[in-house]
Design a protein around this ligand. Structure first.
Ligand code: HEC
Length: 111
């Protein structure tokens, strides 16, 4: 059963939260339409505190570089956070910044 709060979150996501991924990601190349160098600046200030500049600091989680080949999932997690984890939703960022971040994730070490 969903709580009232969960229902409200779900309704908000369905009505306002959806993103047309095909506009932002080249599915064939598996690349976001973003700039990795710009994303690095945001990553190092907003994300590296938890993830480390190399994306490997969260214990019991795969290196971010090792999962970044799935840009749709990465974009989804940047926008919405990771359920049950301290990973925050970064909705307040412009979509282009999120795409730049995902492009940067693809440059991080895989292990
Ligand atoms: C407060 C700490 C914190 C901050 C800040 C944070 N994250 Fe996370 N992030 C986490 C945790 C914890 C997880 C869950 C790791 C796990 O167990 O899979 C996570 C998961 C993720 C995942 C999913 C990885 C996977 O295995 O699917 C991505 C992608 C991600 N973070 C990207 C980012 C980006 C990009 C930023 C900055 C815009 C950011 N995170 C900021 C803590 C944080």
């Amino acid at each position: 059963m969903l709580s009232a709060g969960d229902m409200s979150d779900l309704a908000l996501f369905v009505s306002k939260g959806q993103v047309d991924m095909a506009k932002h990601i080249d599915y064939t190349a598996k690349k976001p339409k973003g700039n990795a160098a710009k994303g690095e600046v945001y990553f190092n200030t907003l994300c590296a505190g938890c993830h480390g500049k190399d994306g490997k600091k969260v214990k019991d989680a795969p290196a971010l570089g090792s999962v970044a080949s799935n840009p749709q999932e990465m974009l989804h997690k940047v926008l919405n956070g990771q359920p049950g984890e301290s990973m925050p939703a970064m909705r307040a960022l412009d979509i282009q910044i999120s795409l730049d971040l995902v492009a940067h994730l693809q440059t991080l070490p895989k292990e």
